[in-house]
Design a protein around this ligand. Structure first.
Ligand code: PDD
Length: 287
C-alpha cells in the first residue's frame, strides 16, 4: 500500500515511516496544538486564518512557534502537492517535544515536535445533506480554555462518541443553560428569520467556518446576532446547523429525538450552503 508524504521535524517522508518518541509530550500529556485546514483543488482555504489561530493556541499554551508563516506555508504546500488527491484535509500539530523523562512542568531545551500530514477531504454524501443529520445534547465538561485548539481532546472524543453510540452525527454541548458548540463543530440557530451565533469566548473554539458563515450572512443581508443562546432557544429553533472545516454547513434536523423545525433542512441552511460553495469557488479561482 502506498503512503502519502508527511512532514516530521524537518523531513519529508512516507507517513507509514514517520516515527516519534513515546516520551513525546503530545502522547504523554496531550501537550500540543493542532489545526485542520481544508484544501480544495489543491488550494488551502483560509490558510492565513488557520495559521493565525495556531499562533493564538501556541501563545495560550506558552509554546514558541517553531516556524515562521512562510515556513508553514512552504511545508503545507509541499505536502499538498505530493498527495495523489485534489481535495484534502491538512492536519498540522506542534507538541512540546520529547524529554528524557516524564515531568508535567515544561522541559528545558527540548525541541518541539512538528508534524504535517494530509488525507482526502471526506465530504457529506448528497443524501445525508438533503435529509440533515441527528444530534444529541450533553453537558459540557471540558476545561475553560475551549478557545484553544489543543490536542488534549478526550472530552471532545467522549462527547462525539456519545452521539455515535446513538446513531447521531454530533453532540451539542450545554454549559450552565447555554448552548456552546458541538464536540467538533460550531453550532448556529435560526429563530424567526434571525441567525443566532454564540459569542467567541473561552468556552468555544473560534471556528474559521463560523467566521465565513457570519461574513456571508452580513454580505447577503441575513439578519444575524452574536449573543448567548439559551438551551430553551436551541430546543425551539426553526433551524439548527453545525459548521466546521470538514462539514462546511450541515443542517441538524433532529435533536434529542425531536424534529428541529419541520424536520427537514430549513431554507436558510440551504441558502447558506449555496453561498458557501459560491464563496469557495470565487476564492479558489482568485487564488
Ligand atoms: N474541528 N469547535 C470544535 C470543538 C472543533 O473541533 C471544530 C473543528 C470547530 C469548527 O472549527 P473550524 O470551522 O475552524 O473547522 C468548532 C476540526 C475539524 C477537527 O478537530 O477535526
Amino acid at each position: 500500500m502506498t503512503s502519502t508524504t508527511c512532514y516530521l521535524n524537518g523531513q519529508y517522508l512516507p507517513l507509514a515511516d514517520a516515527r516519534i518518541s513515546p516520551l513525546d509530550r503530545g502522547f504523554l500529556f496531550g501537550d500540543g496544538a493542532y489545526e485542520v485546514i481544508p484544501v480544495y483543488s489543491r488550494r488551502p482555504f483560509r490558510i492565513d486564518e488557520h495559521l493565525q489561530r495556531l499562533q493564538q493556541t501556541l501563545d495560550g499554551i506558552r509554546l514558541a512557534n517553531p516556524l515562521t508563516l512562510a515556513e508553514w506555508r512552504e511545508r503545507i504546500e509541499r505536502i499538498v502537492a505530493a498527495a495523489p488527491f485534489d481535495d484534502q484535509s491538512v492536519y498540522l500539530q506542534v507538541t512540546r517535544g520529547a524529554d528524557a523523562k516524564r515531568d508535567h512542568a515544561f522541559p528545558a531545551g527540548v525541541p518541539p515536535t512538528v508534524f504535517v500530514f494530509t488525507a482526502p477531504l471526506t465530504t457529506t454524501p448528497d443524501a445525508v445533506r438533503a435529509a440533515g443529520v441527528a444530534a444529541v445534547t450533553a453537558l459540557d465538561n471540558r476545561w475553560l480554555r475551549c478557545d484553544l485548539k489543543v490536542v488534549a481532546l478526550l472530552a471532545n472524543v467522549l462527547a462525539r462518541q456519545h452521539a455515535v453510540d446513538q446513531g447521531c452525527a454530533e453532540t451539542i454541548l450545554l454549559r450552565e443553560g447555554f448552548m456552546i458548540e458541538g464536540a467538533a463543530s460550531n453550532i448556529f440557530v435560526v429563530k424567526d428569520g434571525v441567525l443566532l451565533a454564540p459569542p467567541k469566548d473561552h468556552r468555544m473554539l473560534p471556528g474559521i467556518t463560523y467566521d465565513v458563515v457570519l461574513e456571508l450572512a452580513a454580505q447577503h443581508g441575513v439578519p444575524h446576532k452574536v449573543r448567548e443562546i439559551f438551551e430553551a432557544e436551541l430546543r425551539t429553533a426553526d433551524e439548527v446547523w453545525m459548521t466546521s472545516s470538514t462539514k462546511e454547513v450541515l443542517a441538524i434536523t433532529t435533536l434529542d429525538s425531536q424534529a428541529v423545525g419541520t424536520g427537514a433542512p430549513g431554507p436558510l441552511a440551504q441558502r447558506m450552503y449555496d453561498w458557501y460553495q459560491q464563496f469557495k469557488d470565487e476564492v479558489m479561482r482568485r487564488g
